[in-house]
Write a protein that binds this ligand. Structure first.
Ligand code: ATP
Ligand code: MG
Length: 312
């Protein structure tokens, strides 16, 4: 990749697989494509941090943060802090995490007022980190709901947004609300590019091609309608990724490992744990993630090339 990209993983619907998608993109881009990636956990529930920080490593991270005057993700938004914790994921060179902490649930419960200048300075801090760490990608995992906060920060900090869609009643209509509100705010902030990179179907069964096809069509209709509603042309990419992040039992246990240093999911990707878990699940997961990150970069490259040809 030529310049670093900032991608927000967003959905208004909760539990659709944002965190699993963020983790998969992070692992796939770094481990399989050898990119340098920063994952940013912006959820006060800190689920992405739980994926990568076991209880053993979390206490070490907190101790080090205290000693070196470093802060968690949310501190950068709610107060004028500048120096985030950057945690190197063990086992995967080039993969970093800027963790969140559930202590921010207090702020979240009382309502977070995000001044625009803090949202913009958050992007500035991420920009500085891309230089320091020589990053190719920044992937930001947003919380569900907290709509106003999510949309403002996403519009100010991400160039691209990706939204996971799972089976379930509100999941598809929520894509429409997301696009309309995101572009409304992005227009005001006027930072280019603000691109909907696509929806990704998640947690669908690999064999259920009929449901996958139907959902894909319904998402396409929803996206097309919502771009019309905000008077914009949709980006010149298929609104739904070809890759589906399929249901995989390994992904149901991705969070909350208590002890040890290497995260559960990283161990599977590295091919450990083979005595307990069928090798087949690991192979399927690796192939699925490889396809996901290939398509993710293809889309980014295609849009960047298009942008360049428009400029010249
Ligand atoms: N492809 C998948 N295969 C199996 N389980 C999955 C998959 N994707 C997500 N899950 C499981 O579904 C649950 C919700 O996923 P996840 O936490 O990623 O959703 P989320 O959108 O980030 O949720 P929240 O809105 O709370 O942030 C988790 O228990 C996760 O392990
Ligand atoms: Mg989540």
């Amino acid at each position: 990749m030529s310049s670093p990209t900032f991608t927000g993983i967003i959905a208004f619907k909760g539990g659709v697989g944002k965190t699993v998608l963020s983790a998969s993109l992070g692992i796939g881009l770094s481990y399989m494509l050898k990119r340098r990636v920063l994952l940013v956990d912006l959820d006060p529930q800190a689920n992405l941090s739980e994926v990568f920080l076991t209880e053993t490593t979390l206490s070490a991270v907190i101790k080090k943060a205290f000693e070196t005057d470093r802060v968690f993700s949310f501190d950068l938004i709610i107060r004028p802090a500048e120096n985030p914790i950057i945690y190197e994921i063990p086992g995967i060179p080039g993969l970093y995490l800027l963790p969140s902490h559930h202590k921010f649930m207090r702020e979240a419960a009382y309502g977070i007022n995000v001044p625009m200048d803090r949202a913009v300075s958050f992007r500035g801090i991420l920009g500085r980190l891309t230089k320091e760490l020589e990053l190719d990608h920044v992937i930001i995992d947003f919380p569900p709901q907290m709509y106003q906060y999510v949309i403002t920060i996403a519009a100010a900090s991400a160039d691209y947004i990706v939204t996971p869609v799972a089976k379930g009643a509100f999941s598809i209509p929520s894509v429409g609300y997301l696009i309309e509100t995101y572009y409304d705010v992005a227009k005001v902030i006027r930072r280019e590019p603000s691109v909907f990179l696509g929806a990704i179907l998640t947690r669908y069964d690999e064999g259920n091609s009929k449901l996958i096809k139907l959902s894909r069509e319904r998402v396409k209709e929803t996206v097309s309608k919502s771009f019309k509603n905000v008077n914009l042309s949709p980006p010149p990419v298929d609104p739904v990724f070809d890759t589906v992040l399929y249901y995989n039992p390994l992904l149901t246990k991705i969070r909350g490992q208590l002890i040890g240093f290497t995260p559960y999911i990283v161990k599977h990707i590295l091919g450990k744990y083979t005595s307990d878990v069928s090798r087949r699940l690991q192979d399927r997961l690796k192939a699925n993630i490889a396809s996901l990150v290939r398509e993710f970069e293809e889309r980014l490259n295609w849009l960047a090339a298009l942008e360049k040809s428009r400029e010249s």
